[in-house]
Ligand binder design. Sequence first.
Ligand code: AP5
Length: 216
Amino acid sequence: MRLVLLGPPGAGKGTQAAAVKDRFGIPHISTGDMLRGAIAAGTPLGWKAKQIVDGGNLVPDEMITEIVRERLGAPDAKRGFLLDGYPRNLGQAKSLDIILGGLGQKLDFVLCLHLSDAEIVARLSGRRTCDACGAPFHVASAPPKAAGVCDSCGGKLSQRADDREEVIVRRLAVYQAKTAPLGAFYKERGILTEIDATGGVLEIQERLFAALSGGG
Ligand code: AP5
């Protein structure tokens, strides 16, 4: 299974991707996590990306596409993958076609999560993320068992630099301008399923699983 999870910031892509990964045994490839990993490690990529990511803008296509090309060529992506955060604009969608064409593969599903701006702001402003493994929590809807500590790996939970309100507004604008048009791009191909991302995590998970098993 080769799939892309689309949706605005805070719609629950990372949360749902973890469930899809476990259910279908495919790697979760998040370009946001890769960039944050590079920033935390202080690599040359991280230095270049930090200011752009913290400001809520997209890093240049060529910077991210090479990382995705390399990751999709790894052995664990041969049986399938879930892409989260890529593609982010039409140019990246076309690059993805080229990468997959070179591997003799094509996308099976594109799932697009939909959520109101008010709910997005509520989810993002309460989000806490594990510094070590990237697992997402929420101070109200998905609190960790011990305050500030990751349930999965015991790492420290922090607030992302791009979850400040003024940056959230910028990220939403970038999503509408650059990423939302990808819905029409994949609809045209007949592989898009729109998913209502309101409600509880398990409810939304059921909608995703139904779509992936052909019942959505
Ligand atoms: P990225 O990491 O991809 O961020 P994003 O798309 O803005 O999405 P988020 O990670 O903020 O949200 P999510 O949808 O995963 O929600 P989550 O599950 O955490 O990108 C970050 C930046 O990197 C970009 O701005 C850009 O600079 C750069 N970048 C990345 N990819 C790029 C690319 N391809 N090209 C160029 N630049 C790129 O959930 C959010 C919160 O809500 C959590 O607290 C969670 O616990 C809670 N929650 C989840 N579901 C529910 C629910 N059902 N009910 C209540 N709470 C819930």
